[in-house]
Unconditional design. Structure first.
Length: 312
């Protein structure tokens, strides 16, 4: 009996040991610790953009416009003998008379942001008399001896196409000042004429006087000089408000010993509705080619008034 109990006990111990070994063999392995988190650099977000300031368009920077001007120059141009002359008599003479006014016109259209394309034109003319010339004169195709009563007349025409390009500031936003570069092409023509109205056209018998070719005699001489040039300049505008602005422009071009031209103007402009009233001063200088037989030159200036009509 004792041996039986001992055998059972031993069998139980062996069985419990086998179970323990089996349990140890089937126990799952311990879990590995999780990897440490990856540290990514923090991306800094840009600050929000500042609020956009509206781009303010002033009168003359939208739509299109037309205008007329009256200019009142008080100076007279000159005619001179050029380097290409083959005659010996002098030809230095100042024209007489001043124009009542010089009429002008303007057409413009806004292009892009604050730029503009403009066409301007003016025409000025005058006539007068020289009591008697102090020297012999050869003017165009006529000779006038000293003491001759000479009448003079002239007409100046000028047209300009101008692209006014905003140069500063940019962006304009709500600023009141504008500086523009002016890119231009201009045409200037000067026609001049002379006559001796007191010299006889008929003889003592009332017969018309004829020249050596049998043509009726004439004491009138006439000639024209003209040139086309590029011009470059600056224009400045200050808007004191929606109704008042100040404007100044200047441009010119020259070749050494050739034609020369420049002009400048400044004005105050008052806008009421679609009409703009202008008052200011203008100056203009020209000289045709001195290498020709004759050349003309002059610097003219004076006040001007004008009115513009704006589409916007």
């Amino acid at each position: 009996m004792k041996s039986f109990r001992s055998g059972i006990l031993c069998s139980g111990l062996v069985l419990s040991g086998a179970v323990a070994v089996m349990a140890q063999e089937t126990k799952p392995p311990a879990e590995a610790p999780p990897p440490p988190p990856v540290m990514r650099p923090k991306i800094q977000q840009p600050p929000p953009p500042p609020p956009k300031v509206p781009d303010v368009r002033q009168p003359g920077e939208t739509g299109w416009w037309v205008g007329v001007t009256g200019w009142f120059p008080t100076q007279q141009p000159f005619i001179e003998k050029g380097h290409g002359a083959t005659f010996t008599d002098p030809a230095h003479l100042q024209f007489e008379g001043t124009p009542k006014y010089s009429d002008g016109a303007e057409v413009g259209i806004a292009l892009g942001l604050h730029n503009a394309l403009r066409f301007t034109y003016f025409d000025t003319r005058a006539s007068g008399n020289i009591g008697s010339s102090s020297t012999n004169l050869q003017l165009w195709n006529q000779n006038y001896v000293a003491g001759t009563y000479v009448s003079t007349n002239y007409r100046i025409q000028r047209g300009v196409i101008s692209f006014d390009y905003l140069t500063w500031p940019y962006p304009v936003e709500s600023r009141r000042f504008r500086l523009k570069t002016l890119w231009q092409v201009q045409y200037t023509s000067i026609r001049s004429g002379f006559d001796a109205p007191k010299l006889p056209l008929v003889d003592a018998n009332g017969n018309p006087i004829v020249d050596a070719s049998g043509n009726l005699i004439s004491y009138a001489g006439e000639g024209t000089r003209w040139f086309i040039y590029p011009e470059f300049g600056l224009g400045a505008t200050y808007y004191s408000g929606r109704h008042l602005r100040f404007e100044a422009n200047g441009s010119g071009f020259a070749f050494p010993h050739k034609d020369t031209v420049w002009d400048a103007d400044a004005s105050a402009n008052l806008k009421y509705g679609k009409l703009e009233f202008r008052v200011g001063a203008k100056a203009f200088h020209f000289k045709t080619n001195p290498g020709s037989e004759y050349y003309l030159h002059g610097t003219m200036g004076g006040a001007f008034v004008g009115v513009r009509w704006h589409s916007d």
